[in-house]
Design a protein around this ligand. Structure first.
Ligand code: SF4
Ligand code: FES
Length: 237
């Protein structure tokens, strides 16, 4: 009935007022700065990363080596955006916003660069996408479709050898042939995953003696199915 508040509306209003209150409190401690994203002016917190500001304001930017709340180092370059004032192409996951920035996230130029980054990453993703590998669980595959990246453009340069998946613990497995070396599992497992070698031959490995240091929840931040969960008894080859 018009003018009558439902229980859901009341709960939502309380949630909204608390959210604005939290934003206000945070704003007291952190200065707000104004920037433009895709010609729309927004207020963001000083010190915030561009990707966080964009996502909080509903602007989609793809990411592979970044996961909110986790340690990361910019490496995949699918999150690139353009600083329209300087003309620089920058990774949004590691760029701290500054007052007056004017950022573009959606031009054809950027889509093209993201496609190239994906094609380079795919050069080391030499595995076949079959169960338990599902498109819905693989961010890499979703972006490959979105940006129409060619999965085999640089595949002949790959130095990764096909090896069987490694059982970690419980239902958790590691398949190096699907790893794009984003580093998320390395930076977020203490004495667990590590990088081996450098350059084209660089690989992510899990030494046998470090298996016990890997938490099964890491599965959730892997952008491919290199870290995957499989029911006991599922055939591994
Ligand atoms: S296993 Fe997954 S999280 Fe770890 S480096 Fe490879 S792609 Fe990234
Ligand atoms: S998400 Fe920014 S470089 Fe990977």
């Amino acid at each position: 009935m018009k003018g009558r508040l439902s229980r859901g509306n009341v709960i939502f209003s309380i949630f909204l007022s608390q959210w604005h209150f939290l934003l206000y409190i945070r704003g007291l401690k952190n200065n707000f700065v104004k920037i433009k994203i895709n010609n729309k002016e927004i207020d963001i917190f000083e010190g915030e990363k561009l990707i966080e500001a964009a996502h909080r304001n509903g602007v989609e930017i793809p990411t592979l080596c970044y996961a909110p709340g986790y340690q990361h180092q910019a490496s995949c370059m699918v999150c690139v955006v353009k600083n329209c004032d300087t003309g620089q192409i920058i990774p949004s996951c590691s760029t701290v916003v500054a007052e007056g920035m004017n950022i573009d996230t959606e031009s054809d130029e950027l889509k093209d660069l993201r496609r190239q980054s994906l094609e380079l990453l795919l050069s080391d993703h030499i595995a076949v996408c079959r169960p338990p590998c599902e498109p819905k669980n693989c961010t890499l595959r979703q972006y490959t479709n979105t940006y129409r990246a060619k999965w085999n453009k640089y595949l002949h340069y790959s130095a990764i050898k096909t090896t069987p998946p490694q059982h970690i613990s419980g239902n958790l497995w590691f398949d190096v042939t699907k790893c794009i070396r984003c580093g998320l599992c390395v930076y977020n497992s203490k004495d667990g995953f590590t990088f081996k070698d450098r350059g084209f031959g660089m690989q992510v490995v899990l030494p046998e003696e470090s298996v016990g240091n890997v938490d099964e929840s890491l599965w959730g931040i892997c952008p491919t199915q290199a870290l995957y969960r499989s029911e006991p008894g599922f055939l591994q080859d």
